[in-house]
Design a binder for this molecule. Structure first.
Ligand code: CTP
Ligand code: MG
Length: 245
């Protein structure tokens, strides 16, 4: 594709869908010695839940998980239920963007293949939202992300922690993952723009406009200790509701 221009015709009917889960972070804000992707959550390490949802999708061919090269924890769990669909790549980098780019290169996907990048720390992604985003984006020229419209009133703070002004919340969205792009486009975007906290930012820097697919707030990122309880409730509450139905 031409940087800053329109995308070449990428819509090959042969394109496959793959997922890539960056899991090479430490979870500094969680403040636990065990990296947060391995903290116990609903009877499993946190990362299990995202991998389980992605592996259960009939449209996704492979789920790549990107680990830090020195990771000694991942292999201590039994992942055999996912078979060959789950592939581990020990090539995580210093930043999330570096982990995703390294993983993309190591995955050796075709440039036309779709890649859905999903945080290990978003364990509550539902199969319904995953299917919705694939359905809405599979014919798209650019790709897009799952996101939610901002619900709260937004305040801009000054250096003293006082309100400087109220920001317009119309048309503001919170970016989530998965973020779904063609593998070739995303690798090019991340090579050109490494100081980003999500994939869409790198694609935007090429002058392209990824689509927003409406999800909901249950797909939040587990970041602080208090987030664990909510995630646990959502994951186990769903099971209880199903059992009582
Ligand atoms: N991640 C990664 N490589 C990094 C940093 C982050 O693969 N160098 C992954 C994390 O493991 C996580 C996802 O990117 O699955 C989202 O990042 P975040 O929630 O910020 O996790 P951490 O960076 O581990 O947490 P913190 O920012 O609190 O340190
Ligand atoms: Mg981080």
């Amino acid at each position: 594709m031409k940087p800053g221009g329109r995308v070449f015709h990428y819509n090959s009917p042969m394109s496959e869908f793959h997922a890539l889960v960056p899991a090479a972070g430490f979870g500094a804000r969680m403040g636990n010695e065990l990296p947060k992707q391995y903290l116990p959550l609903a009877g499993q390490p946190m990362i299990f839940h995202a991998l389980n949802t992605l592996c259960a999708s009939p449209e996704i061919s492979t789920v790549f998980v990107v680990l830090t090269p020195g990771d000694t924890i991942f292999h201590t769990y039994d992942w055999s239920r996912f078979g060959d669909k789950l592939q581990t790549l020990y090539c995580g980098g210093k930043t999330r963007a570096a982990s995703v780019l390294n993983g993309l290169i190591a995955s050796e996907l075709e440039p036309d293949d779709w890649i859905l990048v999903h945080d290990a720390a978003r364990p509550c992604l539902t199969q319904a939202h995953l299917a919705k985003m694939i359905a809405e984006l599979r014919g798209d020229e650019v790709g897009g992300i799952l996101a939610v419209p901002v619900a709260d009133t937004l305040k801009r703070a000054d250096a003293d922690g006082r309100i400087l002004r109220t920001e317009e919340r119309e048309q503001l969205w919170q970016a989530q993952t998965p973020q779904m792009f063609r593998a070739g486009l995303l690798a090019q975007a991340l090579q050109q723009c490494s100081h980003v906290t999500d994939e869409a930012s790198a694609v935007e820097a090429m002058g392209l406009q990824p689509r927003l697919v409406a999800g909901d707030s249950s797909n939040f990122k587990v970041t602080y200790p208090q987030d664990l309880l909510l995630a646990e409730l959502l994951l186990t509450g769903g099971e209880k509701l199903l059992r009582s139905a």
